[in-house]
Design a binder for this molecule. Structure first.
Ligand code: AMP
Length: 420
């Protein structure tokens, strides 16, 4: 099978790594990719938002499957021309991708499908926003309606800050605050059959102790020893399947990866958000535990045959990933610095490095090229071992101004089956 992956991040590196280990994959390509992906796939400098260019590349390569990693090309409708050309594509079309592209659309789908989520108002004026904030009270949750790379959400006790964020967006969703731990649950779907993956937890805030601004994600781990028994089955029945059914009934079936961001509140499980693609950094740990070869699963989702697949097989091991970000991330990341220690981090095989914002410099050196630079991932017998290995890898890597959280999976590793 010839596979083309679209995207540039650590998620795409994780996808490419798993695909490169699948014996069914004979050729692996990525557009545009990064310096790490270049080690396992042939890179092609294509604009990932340009559906015609991506389709032309897929044709030229004779791709049997195109896997679209990030949300932006999905929301831009890159899947449509590929499907029109008869090329199997993993990822929803433009309309179904609105589940991520518009928070208001997602709320509408959830209401129609009876999926539990935070009560909310869609607001377009400061007066509406003020009324909605007062209706729910603090802490205030204000979400930019459109795509914002995980950075469009403000959760604050400060009413003025909440209003200011609302004023800076064209349309916002203001919703009730959900307490309780968060879980990311991914499901692969062909629009009818829904196959949940293993749950993971990510760390959205920039700094230790969940302080600082929201980011795209600073680390993740799986499994969640503290998660209630039966969580995956419950979410499949109350969230994932009804959502997939609702979109199919609307005539815009969702195929690809449905990501449910959940809060386990005192009043039950609630959806915080949907995404229309693999989450980054959770993908790094979820795929590290997947034993079933990946390409066949993604192809079955793309061609509508997921119902015929064997159940997915998982490692009992734990996985932890720690993101290293550049100085100034998320506000104004600094780029162009050489990265040292990449080989040392992987030397004894205990950890592996997944690149995000990296590029190859003129002398073949690896340079920082984005906010989240890379994620160091490791598996171990339990979370404590996996995190020790991941942090040992992090300790080997350096670049100017590098920052990372030191508490990824710490509470869960220490607490075992207790809620961290
Ligand atoms: P989102 O982009 O919708 O996932 O939001 C980013 C982060 O903001 C989430 O992972 C939560 O930590 C937080 N958040 C979003 N919505 C809520 C909510 N209704 N209540 C509490 N925290 C929230």
């Amino acid at each position: 099978m010839k596979v083309l992956v679209i995207g540039t991040g650590a998620r795409e590196h994780a996808l490419c790594r798993s695909l490169s280990q699948d014996p069914a994959v004979t050729e692996l390509h990525c557009a545009p990719g990064n310096a790490g992906i270049a080690r396992v796939a042939a890179l092609h400098p294509v604009d990932q938002l340009d559906g015609a260019a991506v389709t032309a590349l897929a044709r030229e390569l004779g791709a049997d499957l195109v896997v679209v990693g990030p949300e932006a090309p999905l929301v831009a409708g890159v899947a449509e021309p590929l499907r029109a050309a008869g090329i199997p594509v993993f990822g929803p079309g433009r309309e179904a991708a609105q589940l991520e592209g518009s928070k208001a659309f997602a709320k509408d789908v959830m209401a129609a499908a009876g999926v539990p989520t935070a009560r909310s108002y869609v607001c377009t004026t400061p007066e509406e926003a003020a009324a909605a904030l007062d209706a729910f009270g603090a802490p205030y949750v204000v979400k930019d309606d459109g795509l914002a790379a995980g950075k469009g959400v403000v959760v604050t006790e400060d009413r003025a800050a909440a209003l200011a964020h609302a004023a800076g967006c064209e349309r916002v969703v203001i919703e009730e605050y959900l307490d309780g731990p968060e879980v990311s649950l991914f499901a692969i779907t062909d629009g009818t059959t829904v196959l949940p993956l293993v749950p993971a937890q990510d760390f959205k805030r920039a700094l230790d102790g969940d302080q600082g601004p929201n980011t795209g994600g600073m680390g993740a781990y799986s499994p969640l020893p503290w998660a209630p028994e039966g969580l995956v089955a419950e979410v499949l029945e109350s969230v994932l399947q009804p959502t997939v059914d609702e979109l199919r009934h609307r005539g815009t079936p969702f195929s690809g990866l449905l990501y449910a961001g959940l809060a386990l509140t005192s009043r039950g499980t609630r959806v915080i958000e949907f995404n229309a693609r693999f989450g980054d950094p959770e993908t790094q740990v979820v795929l590290a535990r997947l034993r079933t070869p990946l390409a066949g699963v993604l192809l079955a989702a793309a061609d509508g045959t997921l119902g015929g697949l064997e159940p997915l097989r998982w490692s009992e091991e734990a996985a932890v990933t720690v993101v290293m970000a550049s100085e100034g991330y998320p506000a104004s990341p600094r780029t162009g610095d050489p990265i040292e220690g990449l080989d040392a981090a992987e030397a004894d095989g205990t950890a592996f490095v997944l690149h995000a914002g990296t590029k190859t410099g003129p002398a073949g050196e690896v340079l920082t090229a984005g906010g989240r630079v890379l994620s160091v991932t490791a598996v171990g017998a339990d979370l404590a071992e996996a995190r020790t290995k991941a942090y040992a890898g992090v300790a080997e890597i350096s670049f100017k101004g590098a920052q990372h959280r030191t508490d990824i999976a710490a509470a869960a590793a220490a607490a075992g089956r207790q809620l961290p």
